[in-house]
Design a protein around this ligand. Structure first.
Ligand SMILES: [Zn+2]
Length: 205
């Protein structure tokens, strides 16, 4: 049993002990009372102040670092969620830009280790998004230089310069995204351990 699965089971057991007549699954899991997507959003929002407090008062990290980690947790729950591997609320939030996630959606099986893995899945999504944005930037630069007559300067150098200048900010933001994704996975595991799948592939969550 993984650590996250174990924690999810313990949360279920603690709830059961305190509220024996009120099954937790009826409060958080899909198919009983509310769609799981809404619950994911609400739990993410409720969790943000704790991320800030742990970061600022628990770990004594700087204001800017904590702002990045907290913002990352918000992004990790709302836009870079593990559920980008299916037609979910985070997927539809990308609006016209959701085409970015079509290849990911197509290549990654729902709830596989590549999207719902604890350690690397959120970093993989960040890497994937960075690669797509870099490609779009390069394509736009080339198009503008060809059609608009704007002198061509290497977009690759721009990207490398940006990454080099902001690598620490990107990593702190990535840590926050990882935290938001971890919360999502924990909630998924909690529903699984309670005997309900938190969502199905067919319905928008
Ligand atoms: Zn999920």
């Amino acid at each position: 049993m993984s650590g996250v699965h174990y924690i999810a089971k313990q949360i279920g057991a603690i709830w059961q002990f305190h509220y024996p007549g009120r099954p937790l699954k009826s409060h958080i899991c899909y198919s009983v009372s509310m769609p799981s997507g809404k619950i994911h959003d609400r739990v993410t929002l409720a969790f943000l102040p704790f991320v800030w407090l742990i970061c600022r008062w628990g770990l004594h990290w700087g204001f800017w670092v904590c702002a990045l980690v907290t913002l990352g947790a918000f992004i990790g729950g709302f836009w870079l969620s593990p559920d980008l591997d299916t037609r979910s609320r985070p997927f539809y939030r990308w609006g016209l830009l959701r085409f970015i996630w079509w290849p990911y959606h197509w290549a990654v099986r729902h709830r596989s280790v590549l999207s719902h893995g604890v350690w690397f899945a959120s970093w993989l999504r960040l890497l994937y998004l960075s690669a797509v944005l870099a490609l779009l930037y390069m394509a736009a630069s080339l198009t503008l230089s060809r059609l608009g007559g704007i002198p061509f300067h290497s977009p690759r150098q721009d990207i490398l310069r940006f990454a080099h200048a902001h690598i620490h900010d990107i990593l702190w933001l990535g840590l926050g995204i990882w935290t938001g994704s971890l919360l999502h996975i924990l909630l998924d595991k909690l529903c699984s351990s309670l005997g309900n799948r938190p969502h199905s592939r067919q319905k928008r969550r």
